[in-house]
Design a protein around this ligand. Structure first.
Ligand code: TXD
Length: 309
């Protein structure tokens, strides 16, 4: 039996860190692809040389073309340019549309049965690009955003309450933009509703910090955007598929009527397993959460329309 295989396109900060997390978890053999000559090969070799130290047994190879990616089970697309300080995710749209289209075509040629996990921004729009260009069923094309945004939200709550992060159950839905929707009504600490533990004002502050979580890191780093937590989130998605874990997580998924939305990639709770997005779950929101979700959907639809696809 051969090991599962993950192709990661874009061996920059997020791509290389995905390789790092996935290799350390012995999840799959990994192919890192980038346009920069030598760089993916160098990073792959460096990771291979870490194997004797931590004792993980997977192959990591770097490449500038797609031959080595043949028959991958999963392709994680991180290729693109990252946000610079002051730049919105949507500013990235045109450049990354070209890159994601090209990369998707190449991936699909070699791996027609793969699952595609899109990471490049603007996230929900880039999922739409990969979906249209790949021609894959929508179960096999998804975007990483909600797990990251939820992880940030859970971290901020845990930091505020001084409790272990694992105790925080929460869900951030909607588009991966500043109007994403941390669902307070679905947030609890080991079953205790968050609203019993913190004041409205405190919760509003945590929600706001979550929404601006990406920007907070961009402002600190000054060059580039976050990558440790984004990569961990993408690897969790790959792991859920490879191990058929049936995780219930928010991902950007193609909607055909769910939440009243159509022909749109949008962050919603799904069951993630060996068949990809096995189910999209719907949940009852409060009227104000519902209104925020509509607002977020309108913003995502505008970006989708800008793609003119
Ligand atoms: O929540 C989320 N979805 C995100 C999204 C969280 C973090 C980062 N997010 C977005 O992912 C970010 O806004 C970017 O659009 C991507 C990748 O971010 P990263 O921080 O990894 O950017 P880098 O370090 O600049 O890496 C991008 C790499 C770089 O090495 C380029 O040479 C390569 O992409 N690149 C390509 N590789 C292959 N093929 C093509 N065409 C190509 N073009 C650029």
């Amino acid at each position: 039996m051969s090991r599962p295989k993950i192709t990661i396109v874009g061996a920059g900060n997020v791509g290389a860190t995905c390789a790092h997390w996935a290799a350390a978890r012995e999840l799959a053999d990994i192919v890192l692809v980038d346009v920069v000559e030598g760089m993916p090969q160098g990073k792959a070799l460096d990771l291979m040389e870490a194997r004797p130290i931590f004792g993980f047994n997977v192959e990591v190879v770097g490449a500038n073309d797609y031959e080595a990616t043949r028959n991958s089970d999963i392709a994680i697309i991180t290729a693109g340019i990252a946000r610079k300080p002051g730049m919105s995710r949507d500013d990235l749209i045109n450049t990354n549309k070209k890159i994601v289209s090209e990369v998707t075509r190449r991936v699909v040629e070699k791996s027609p049965k793969a699952f595609i996990i899109v990471v490049a921004n603007p996230l929900d729009a880039m999922c739409y690009v990969a979906y249209k260009v790949s021609g894959f069923p929508s179960k096999r094309v998804m975007g990483m955003a909600g797990i990251l945004d939820t992880a940030r939200y859970r971290s901020f709550i845990a930091m505020e309450l001084k409790v272990a992060v694992e105790e925080i159950q929460a869900m951030v839905l909607g588009g991966h933009g500043d109007d994403m929707v941390p669902v307070v009504s679905a947030t609890n600490v080991s079953g205790v509703p968050l609203t019993n533990l913190l004041s409205r004002k405190k919760i509003a502050g945590l929600v706001e910090r979550t929404r601006k979580g990406g920007g907070e890191i961009v402002a600190l780093l000054k060059t580039g955007s976050a990558y440790y937590a984004p990569a961990a989130a993408a690897v969790q998605m790959a792991e859920a598929i490879i191990k058929d874990q049936k995780r219930v997580v928010p991902v950007s998924a193609y909607l055909t009527g769910e939440f009243g939305l159509n022909d749109l990639f949008f962050g919603v709770p799904v069951v993630l397993g060996a068949r990809g997005i096995e189910k999209i779950l719907t949940l009852k929101l409060t009227p104000s959460e519902e209104a925020l979700l509509r607002q977020s959907a309108a913003a995502v639809a505008r970006t989708r329309d800008e793609l003119k696809m």
